[in-house]
Design a protein around this ligand. Structure first.
Ligand SMILES: Cc1cc2nc3c(=O)[nH]c(=O)nc-3n(C[C@H](O)[C@H](O)[C@H](O)COP(=O)(O)O)c2cc1C
Ligand code: SF4
Ligand code: SF4
Length: 258
């Protein structure tokens, strides 16, 4: 009999949601696929033995919100079997391993790790920007990798991307050590351009961390940003920046789908 799975993910701008939904539904057509900020996330993990956990890599680390979700619900993971999936723009070293190590400490068994290259979601920096055609090609390759991986898993073989010691060293020395200050805690670096902002409140509604509030027509961040880039990519005024100082091109995953 085929295993039953549930899938939990953090996705700022749609890449991870797409990958996790596709993989989960191919593995188990009845698998619930739940966003980490959804109130059903914890009861869903509690109800399943086999869990797919997906997130976007940030500076070769798992986002703070994902690390907290694991650590703050430590008892939830005991005796669970987890497949860790990290989406990334270019390189993560041990992107899947970052959550895998935390999960093991909580008593989970790590079934495997998968890295999926997707378009880069950072939209206030020119670095790593690609053309529409290049991004479509990246997504096609990601879909092929997911399809291949599902066939392997169904034949009993899980992938091990990002789980070994070499991947750990690559992630640590390739990026995490130098950029650890960026992912160690939630970010208080979100900037709102008060001249551009109209106070529409769209950013407040989409933030998975409830990090933003509108007061008297102005938006205020509260230092709890998990750097998902959702508000940056969706603000109608391009008034929000995080790593850079100007929105180059807002990231829209759906623009790259046929
Ligand atoms: C703050 C931040 C840091 C990132 N750091 C990395 C990185 O270290 N390596 C990498 O390959 N991609 C990096 N990315 C790219 C994302 O991991 C990638 O685009 C991911 O697929 C976005 O997924 P999402 O659309 O589900 O949020 C970073 C993105 C953000 C927003
Ligand atoms: S989405 Fe943009 S314009 Fe609307 S309130 Fe937020 S920052 Fe202001
Ligand atoms: S403030 Fe913006 S970038 Fe930060 S967690 Fe909320 S939606 Fe994501």
């Amino acid at each position: 009999m085929e295993k039953k799975y549930c899938a939990i993910y953090l996705s700022g701008t749609g890449n991870t949601k797409f990958c996790i939904s596709k993989l989960a539904k191919m593995l188990d057509e009845n698998a619930p696929v739940v966003a980490i900020e959804n109130r059903d996330a914890i009861p869903t993990v509690a109800a399943y033995e086999n869990i797919i956990l997906g997130y976007p890599v940030q500076f070769s680390n798992a986002p703070k919100m994902v690390r907290d979700f694991i650590a703050q619900n430590a008892a939830l993971w005991k005796d669970k079997n987890v497949l860790c999936i990290a989406t990334m723009g270019a390189f993560s070293g041990d992107g899947a391993g970052c959550a895998a190590r935390l999960l093991k400490k909580c008593g989970a068994t790590v079934l495997g790790g998968l890295h999926i290259k997707m378009p880069d979601s950072v939209c206030d920096s020119k670095l790593l920007k690609k053309s529409t055609d290049e991004n479509m090609l990246i997504i096609n390759r990601a879909e092929e990798k997911i399809e291949r991986t599902v066939l392997q898993i169904k034949s009993g073989k899980f992938p091990h991307d990002g789980l070994g010691i070499f991947a750990h060293v690559a992630g640590l020395f390739g990026q995490r050590l130098w950029f650890y200050s960026k992912t160690k805690r939630y970010s208080d670096k979100l900037k709102i351009n008060k001249t551009l902002c109209t106070g529409c409140g769209k950013c407040v509604l989409v933030c998975p961390m409830k990090n933003l509030t509108v007061e008297n027509g102005a938006v205020y961040p509260h230092g709890k940003c998990t750097m998902c880039y959702r508000c940056v990519s969706l603000c109608p005024q391009k008034a929000i920046t995080l790593i850079g100082d100007e929105v180059v091109e807002q990231y829209r995953f759906e623009n790259f789908m046929k």
